[in-house]
Design a binder for this molecule. Structure first.
Ligand SMILES: [Zn+2]
Length: 242
């Protein structure tokens, strides 16, 4: 059996205000942050955790987030650097379905798409204050149609009919690959822990915890469905990290 390997794939950057990144704390001002995907090479196949944002979508719907993304920072570009193609990916896991975590799902027509059952439901029926977060529905064209959203023409989407598998609760989805429920930011947010040989595990918190500073201050972001649940999830991540 080959050892599990993790690669961080650079998906460019976006900007939010400091008062959004650190809710009711700030300071205000632009905070430019990286968007990345995690590629896990595992004995059972290749997994991608989150797929970043789609540049055209952000420019069309949320240009104030000032995306900076080279072609080499798209998923096909990042995988090519590793000698891989999008068709080499077996599973796509989404921490949640905000536009900056699912924008590249459409590249993976062959893969099985895995998420929390509550997240898939929420993305098809979100709260009014979540509309921008859930604005890129290209990851689920059928669901977009149900929401009455018309997707802009995209040759990738003509061929894209994703296969979803939903889960609930904490799950070891493959040996040493753990999904931990961390709701609050959204209804069905998952964090990922990867066990590795010869080093400590890696814990990917996605938007349940934006940064080490958030964790140190126990300060959640202003983007949330439920702030109390968000804070409980951050405490849970701190305990898991320890
Ligand atoms: Zn999010």
């Amino acid at each position: 059996m080959t050892d599990t390997k993790v690669h961080l794939l650079d998906g460019g950057t976006l900007v939010i205000d400091g008062f959004h990144a650190f809710w009711n704390r700030g300071p205000a001002g632009e905070v430019r942050f990286p968007c990345y995907s995690v590629l896990i090479e595992h004995a059972d196949g290749r997994y991608i955790f989150d797929t970043g944002y789609d540049f055209d979508h952000v420019m069309r719907v949320l240009p104030f987030e000032k995306p900076i993304q080279e072609k080499s920072q798209t998923l096909p570009g990042q995988l090519a650097k590793l000698g891989l193609k999008t068709g080499d990916i077996n599973y796509v896991i989404n921490s949640h379905y905000h536009f900056d975590h699912c924008g590249g799902n459409k590249y993976f027509g062959e893969a099985c798409t895995l998420c929390h059952a509550k997240e898939l439901e929420a993305s098809g029926n979100c709260q009014p204050f979540e509309h921008l977060g859930y604005s890129d529905m290209s990851f689920a064209p059928a669901l977009a149609a149900k929401r009455g959203l018309k997707l802009p023409p995209d040759p990738l989407l003509d061929m894209y009919t994703p296969k979803f598998e939903t889960v609930t609760g904490d799950q070891e989805i493959a040996k040493g690959l753990w999904l931990f429920e961390t709701p609050g930011h959204t209804a069905g947010h998952y964090s990922l822990l990867v066990e590795l040989r010869n080093r400590r595990p890696m814990l990917f918190t996605a938007d349940a915890c934006y940064s080490k500073k958030n964790l140190d201050m126990m300060c959640i972001s202003s983007f949330h469905l439920d702030p109390t649940a968000s804070l409980a999830s951050m405490k849970r991540l701190k305990a898991l990290a320890e």
